[in-house]
Design a protein around this ligand. Structure first.
Ligand code: UT7
Length: 328
């Protein structure tokens, strides 16, 4: 069966107004600006308001993406929201977003693949379009990580931030759009990065609250080692699946967790630094929102030209990893 080529028709992003700087964190935990900058590359991150849910962040990003695609919410056939910080367990954040947008004819569901969520979402939605099931899809990566972060734990609280990125997908001309996807997972290492309570295994109770099981738990050093391997091999895998080589990359858009992880990927892919997008200094790690926000910003800054070869690559909790080659 002939597949319909699928690409990005519009991009949007949103980050909350409140900025949490390294010096703010110095007043909260035993840390310092120098440690955070040299070990992670992060200077500040955005924090959502108390009454701002993930669907609210997603709404801003989605509206911008729709406007830039010159489309209305009613045109959407599908909404996929990648998030590990949904508004609530159910209804899905995609359902809530659908209602806020007025995307009346869209099917909607959430997808949980942590920091790789946006790439999983792109792959899922583009398959629906490629096989003719749907014509237009909205894929959102959104996180309110500040709401599941323990601001007394210096190992994690310096890393995370809130934000949303969105892409409208649809048919494009032959030779453009997504050329390949590589997705992977290793559930046996799920314990390295998790939110233990609030699900069916540990329903919220006084005990889970007392043990801080409603916050992110992470074995940072182990995740770091995995990330360095996963970034390089996923990007190479996606390139080879697309019949392309490292030298063909015009822009690498990596998950923004730690600048040292990004630098190791740049080295392995033999890229000049200017061909890699880094914005974690301003936003920290926004999990599934990191890649779409970096993609939207790159587009806004005019860094993406027609026919450019973009490689999106990410890794995260699950453990999960994934990459995609996108010809603009
Ligand atoms: O999106 C995917 C999710 N996560 C990631 O990708 C995270 C991957 N991991 C990392 O980015 C890094 O492992 C971290 C940034 C989390 C930690 O950096 P590291 O270089 O691996 O440090 P470490 O965990 O080996 O800790 C080194 C030292 C320790 O002190 P001791 O035991 O050597 O005395 C920590 O207690 O740094 C200490 N430390 C801090 N010091 C100041 C840990 N956090 C902090 C902090 N400020 N915020």
């Amino acid at each position: 069966m002939n597949q319909i080529p699928v690409g990005v028709l519009g991009l949007g992003k949103y980050v909350p107004d409140t900025v949490l700087t390294n010096s703010d964190l110095e007043k909260m935990v035993d840390t310092n600006d120098e440690w955070i900058k040299t070990r992670t590359g992060i200077s500040e991150r955005r924090i959502s308001a108390k009454d701002q849910a993930s669907s609210d962040l997603a709404l801003h990003a989605a509206n911008q993406a729709l406007e830039r695609a010159n489309m209305k919410a009613e045109d959407l056939d599908l909404i996929v929201v990648a998030t590990v910080t949904p508004d609530m367990s159910f209804p899905s954040t995609a359902n809530i977003l659908q209602s806020k947008l007025g995307a009346t004819k869209a099917a909607a569901f959430d997808l949980a693949a942590a920091c790789t969520g946006f790439i999983y979402g792109l792959s899922t939605a583009s398959n629906f379009i490629a096989n003719g099931s749907y014509r237009y899809a909205l894929v959102v990566g959104v996180e309110s990580l500040s709401k599941i972060t323990d601001y007394t734990d210096r190992n994690t609280c310096v890393l995370f931030g809130d934000g949303a990125g969105a892409a409208v997908l649809g048919p494009v001309e032959e030779g453009r759009g997504f050329q390949s996807f590589v997705l992977g997972s290793d559930g046996s290492k799920g314990d390295l990065l998790k939110l233990p309570a609030g699900g069916s295994l540990h329903p919220t109770s006084e005990e889970t609250l007392a043990n801080k099981m409603h916050y992110i738990h992470m074995e940072g050093r182990e995740v770091f080692k995995f990330a360095v391997r996963a970034m390089g091999s996923s990007a190479e895998g996606a390139l080879s699946k697309a019949g392309l080589e490292k030298a063909d990359i015009d822009l690498l858009i990596p998950h923004q967790a730690n600048v040292r992880i990004i630098e190791s990927a740049v080295e392995r892919l033999e890229l000049p630094k200017e061909k890699c997008v880094v914005n974690l200094d301003r936003y920290g790690n926004m999990s599934s929102a990191s890649i779409p926000v970096a993609l939207a910003e790159s587009w806004e800054e005019g860094k993406i030209k027609e026919n450019d070869c973009l490689v999106l690559v990410g890794f995260g909790g699950g453990l999960t990893w994934g990459a995609s080659v996108l010809i603009w």
